[in-house]
Design a protein around this ligand. Structure first.
Ligand SMILES: NC(=[NH2+])NCCC[C@H](N)C(=O)O
Length: 380
């Protein structure tokens, strides 16, 4: 079918499910530390972390992921793909990262590549257009290349395929204000994000915007912005779209991705982390109903060691995936959310995903819907 995806809730026909194959390590350079600083430092995350200060050091490090967790993740992602297929959805897959992947390099940096797992992040599908968004983490620089075969398939069927300007990603490319303003300890055990090193390739602040910062509602796009890199990215998007969409900028609802804060389940209904989010919404969206699940249960997560990096907050299970306006895939461990949605008359499909705190995403992050029945509607 032709690419056509304008929202997260109308009937799902085709989807890409990320690949967790060979997720062996995290490249703990300054770009990784900055992107994940909120979780790495425990800020806002209630039972975040005994923590890392003990480790010390200032050079990028390859942080090994325990084999068992990588394997269990892979198993859960393959099951997710099978569950979607069992609903009659056509499932596409990225190329798996090979086990012996060589490091990738940019101007003045080098990093081990990550697999195309959280594919919501680096691509934005807007209707009939694929927009590859500029990554903010070096190890993710070539991630969308693993999706090239799928994008080529849609391009051949008539899709528009665009790549936003690619950043150089030197240390000084980043606006650190969000990290500085937050009440958090800067710097992880590896590279301090507060000490950018000069490079001959410096160009100053660059555009950086992840697809996952955008909530798609037909003609309306709600975009979370936390700092200048994001602002430049949204400015680009707005100019590129040339009035075809209405962009609503939301200031600092989250550090970056919006999809463990707010998701649309159907026109008029949002799933929200807490009721206070209403005040941050664009005026016309404030009239929508907010479904707020109970606070996450610490007992619903595996217990990890200090060296197992926790990359998401305990609210990650809010990151659900809708098959249609009634049917929602939810983490089987998140019984509070399951009950809440059932009470609202949704059909919940429980799906296993054990290590959602270790790999940065839930079901919405791991997928990219490419064909849904909804058009470019005026929901607002
Ligand atoms: N598209 C994504 N990767 N979203 C995941 C967002 C997770 C969010 N930072 C949290 O800790 O809850």
């Amino acid at each position: 079918m032709r690419l056509s995806s304008h929202d997260d809730f109308t009937s799902l026909r085709e989807i890409i499910v990320g690949s967790a194959a060979n997720y062996l390590s995290h490249e703990r350079d300054v770009t990784f530390e900055l992107f994940h600083h909120e979780n790495l430092t425990g800020f806002r995350s209630d039972w975040a972390y005994p923590r890392l200060a003990a480790h010390g050091g200032a050079t990028p490090q390859s942080w090994q992921i325990k084999h068992r967790y990588a394997e269990e993740l892979h198993e859960d992602v393959e099951d997710l793909a099978a569950t979607l297929a069992s609903f009659g959805v056509t499932v596409h897959r990225p190329l798996p990262l090979p086990p012996d992947a060589a490091p990738i390099a940019g101007l003045g940096w080098q990093a081990a590549p990550t697999p195309a797992l959280n594919i919501r992040d680096n691509t934005l599908i807007l209707g009939e257009e694929i927009i590859e968004t500029p990554p903010a983490i070096r190890s993710r620089y070539l991630e969308t290349r693993l999706l090239s075969p799928v994008f080529t398939h849609y391009w051949q069927a008539g899709a528009t395929w665009t790549t936003m300007p690619r950043p150089t990603l030197t240390d000084v490319s980043f606006d650190l204000s969000y990290a500085r303003d937050a009440t958090t300890t800067l710097g992880g055990p590896t590279e301090s994000i507060d000490a950018p090193q000069p490079s001959s390739y410096d160009v100053g602040f660059e555009m950086m915007l992840d697809g996952a910062q955008v909530l798609r509602l037909g003609r309306d796009l709600v975009v979370n912005i936390a700092q200048e890199n994001h602002r430049r990215g949204v400015d680009w998007l707005e100019r590129h779209l040339g009035g075809r969409y209405r962009i609503h900028r939301v200031w600092r609802m989250a550090d970056n991705h919006i999809d463990s804060m707010l998701l649309a389940l159907r026109p008029g209904v949002l799933l929200a982390r807490h009721a206070g989010l209403r005040d941050l919404l664009p005026q016309r969206l404030r009239a929508w109903k907010l479904i707020v699940p109970p606070e996450p249960d610490p007992g619903a997560f595996p217990v990890y060691d200090d060296e197992d990096l926790v990359l998401t907050s305990p609210y990650i299970d809010l990151n659900v995936l809708s098959i249609d306006e009634e049917t929602v895939l939810v983490n089987e461990q998140c019984t509070g959310l399951i009950k809440t949605l059932e009470a609202e008359h949704f059909t919940v499909v429980p799906v296993r995903h054990r290590h959602r705190r270790l790999f940065g995403g839930g079901f919405h992050c791991f997928t990219l819907d490419t064909v849904r029945t909804g058009g470019c509607e005026e929901y607002l």
